[in-house]
Ligand binder design. Structure first.
Ligand code: MN
Ligand code: MN
Length: 285
């Protein structure tokens, strides 16, 4: 189990190095997303979710559409959030790439993540992690995003308990030895909260129900076999929008709309996956 987590983490370390070199003004977002997803496969893993590329005020859940022509622009602050799994054992990591002049905002999220990792050991309360993240971000003069969180990782579940807030909370939970968790501080010069902005290209299976239409049954079977409960991109699958909408409506699929900073602030993010140890943590990404 640990070996599989570590292999997934090693794949992401390699992919991150490569991504840093290819994200530039004029490059298509779709080319970067497809590069990431195919490299993960080439290196022996599978994408745990679509490559998320969230730019400027977007914080999470953006992935390009099929034939998306959008390109990176001079000045963009780009969050690349990637996941790989080996037999369901997931590693999840994110970096911010600055195509503009946002040094402090980028440094702030990076430092918040480092400081948070420093206080992790078996027995630490998640409220302490949140407090460290919040304090670090506020010291830089920015705001943590209060409704985006870190999380546990379980086989084929990319967002498992416990929730790891990026702010102090009244009552957190204790991390135990052997838990695999992702910590992901988001910092902004905006309000510190995200809202959905409509566009949605990511979905995942949440329930299996009986379906009358053959086309829908076949599609559901494909999802179960191919992705299980892991998120997938609209552009990965060959099915009509009508079918997707029908399955969302029936509570079979859930959608992940793009989350954007409510005040229009710029957003930075860093994320690592770690295994909680008796006296510390092993970062695998
Ligand atoms: Mn992530
Ligand atoms: Mn995550």
């Amino acid at each position: 189990m640990i070996e599989k987590y570590e292999k997934a983490g090693d794949i992401l370390k390699n992919v991150k190095e490569m991504v840093l070199k290819i994200v530039k003004p004029g490059v298509r977002l779709l080319d970067v997303a497809e590069f990431v997803e195919s490299k993960i496969v080439e290196l022996g893993g599978k994408p745990a979710f679509p490559c998320n590329i969230s730019i400027n005020s977007d914080a999470a859940h953006f992935t390009p559409k099929r034939n998306d022509e959008r390109v990176f622009k001079e000045g963009d602050i780009v969050k690349i959030d990637i996941g790989a799994h080996i037999d369901g054992y997931i590693a999840d990591t994110a970096i911010t790439i600055d195509l503009g002049d946002h040094d402090d905002l980028v440094e702030c999220a990076k430092r918040a993540l480092e400081n948070a990792i420093d206080v992790v050991y078996a027995g630490v309360n998640t409220s302490e992690i949140g407090a460290v993240i919040e304090d670090t971000i506020r010291e830089f003069g920015f705001n943590p995003i209060v409704n985006l969180t870190g999380h546990g990782l379980e086989p084929y579940i990319a967002h498992a308990p416990p929730t790891i807030y990026n702010v102090r909370v009244e009552k957190g939970v204790e991390l135990r030895e052997g838990m695999v968790v992702a910590i992901e501080p988001f910092a902004t010069d905006g309000v510190g909260r995200v809202v959905e902005r409509g566009e949605c290209e990511i979905f995942s299976l949440v329930a299996i129900k009986r379906l009358r239409l053959k086309r829908e049954r076949e599609f559901l079977e494909f999802i179960v076999n191919e992705y299980k409960t892991l998120p997938f991109a609209r552009r990965w699958i060959d099915v009509s929008d009508v079918i997707i909408a029908r399955l969302v409506k029936q509570g079979i699929l859930r959608s992940y709309p793009v989350l954007t900073e409510v005040g229009g602030g710029l957003v930075s993010q860093f994320e690592h996956t770690l295994i909680v140890e008796e006296d510390g943590a092993k970062v695998i990404t």
